[in-house]
Design a protein. Structure first.
Length: 416
């Protein structure tokens, strides 16, 4: 088995994902994808005719986000027409999966140059969902799957997990405040600058060149004033039979009285964004004067309970560590997506992780979660942090719809 080298990674800033409020909300998602693909080629003097494939993650592949966004973004970025492209969906885990498949094809010796990443316009999701199914698991035509695997809304699942685990709202709010504090420090110290590329208007003026979502003034007191986000949603009828999200949880946990502890301040932010990672074989890199920043050590995928949906990151981390021949103590940086505070808090408690090592520059609560792009963003963030602290190994994982979690371990390559 060969090696897959990470030559570079880049991403857009995350823009607030609301039409009329976010700086990126008026853009076509193809433009965000093209922005990072063009940057990764320009920064590394990459002959795009050498690109074997572009593997992109996009979760909601309907409307303007449909039609193989990876390929269309590559063409928009000016890539050679010989550079193929594919777009995949593993819900929130799409970006990590795109990176893992890119690395796997290179490690297998099938390809030499693959650009992986993703793009998601969360500001478009409300309009894209109009006239479509409100949930792929809850529409009237999916009675068979619902009978076999009751599935709920992610926020309701997060509240159920916190209740089952005995995690109080105060602990979740403390994690959220710390995420905001760390993100503020990272922005102030310029820790994201190596990866960030600005998004430009057609006339070349800057649309966004900084993180738009963080709220650095967040405190425990301000969070305490926020109402739960998913209590009312849990009881909204979802189909002609009157099923609700709460009922789906109660089918598996009939005695559970869900404590609704998640709200806008301790859940991931709704944002727009894109990211790209350049993977090559060692032979290609050497032949073209490219120096690796990291190599892929191992990848893994795990499925878990689809009703609670969000509990797979811990098992996925254990699986990828076993494949890598490493232990938790070997990891210098963990990036675990803060889809909801309970996800990261449970991960920390279950694996007894040093809190200083996990999401050291803040997470999706402070920075936002552009679904299909987030995994690729987290890989780049982990790499930047390994270089900053002179660390060696990074582990990146995240929960995904359907009760899944991909994971990847990277090793920094010190060429000095």
């Amino acid at each position: 088995m060969g090696e897959a080298w990470i030559i570079d990674s880049c991403r857009t800033p995350r823009g607030i994902g609301k039409v009329g409020k976010g700086a990126l909300a008026s853009f076509h998602p193809q433009v965000l994808g093209a922005t990072v693909l063009a940057a990764i080629a320009e920064r590394n003097h990459l002959d795009t005719a050498d690109v074997d494939d572009v593997v992109f993650g996009t979760s909601m592949q309907v409307g303007v986000q449909g039609g193989d966004l990876g390929r269309m973004a590559a063409l928009d970025a000016g890539y050679a027409t010989t550079a193929s492209g594919v777009t995949l969906d593993r819900f929130c885990g799409s970006g990590i999966t795109a990176a893992s498949l890119a690395a796997a094809s290179i490690m297998a010796g099938l390809e030499d140059v693959v650009v992986a990443g993703g793009a998601e316009m969360m500001s478009l999701h409300p309009s894209l969902m109009e006239g479509s199914r409100r949930s792929p698991f809850m529409d009237n035509g999916n009675l068979r799957l619902r009978a076999r695997h009751p599935q709920t809304h992610q926020g309701v699942a997060a509240d159920a997990i916190a209740t089952l685990e005995g995690i109080p709202r105060r602990a979740l709010d403390e994690l959220a405040v710390e995420s905001q504090r760390r993100a503020a420090v990272a922005v102030e110290e310029g820790r994201f600058e190596r990866s960030l590329v600005p998004v430009l208007h057609e006339d070349g003026t800057v649309a966004l060149d900084r993180e738009e979502y963080p709220r650095p003034g967040t405190t425990i007191a301000t969070l305490a004033s926020l109402p739960p986000s998913f209590e009312a949603l849990a009881d909204v009828p979802l189909d002609d039979e009157g099923n609700t999200f709460r009922q789906q949880v109660l089918r598996r946990y009939p005695d559970l009285e869900i404590d609704h502890v998640h709200h806008a301040g301790n859940s991931s932010g709704v944002v727009d964004g894109a990211a790209a990672i350049l993977f090559t074989s060692p032979d290609y890199a050497r032949a073209h004067g490219m120096e690796p920043r990291a190599r892929v050590v191992a990848t893994a995928n795990v499925g878990d309970d689809p009703t609670l949906m969000l509990n797979a990151p811990g098992p996925s981390a254990r699986k990828v560590l076993s494949r890598a021949g490493l232990t938790l103590d070997d990891i210098d940086v963990f990036e675990v997506n803060e889809a909801f505070a309970a996800v990261t808090e449970k991960f920390i408690r279950d694996l007894d992780i040093d809190r200083e090592k996990i999401n050291p520059n803040g997470g999706a609560i402070a920075l936002g979660h552009p679904i299909g792009a987030t995994g690729a963003m987290l890989i780049g963030t982990a790499l930047d942090e390994l270089e900053r602290i002179d660390g060696r190994y990074g582990l990146i994982t995240m929960c995904a719809g359907g009760g899944m979690a991909p994971a990847i371990v990277i090793e920094r390559v010190d060429t000095t």
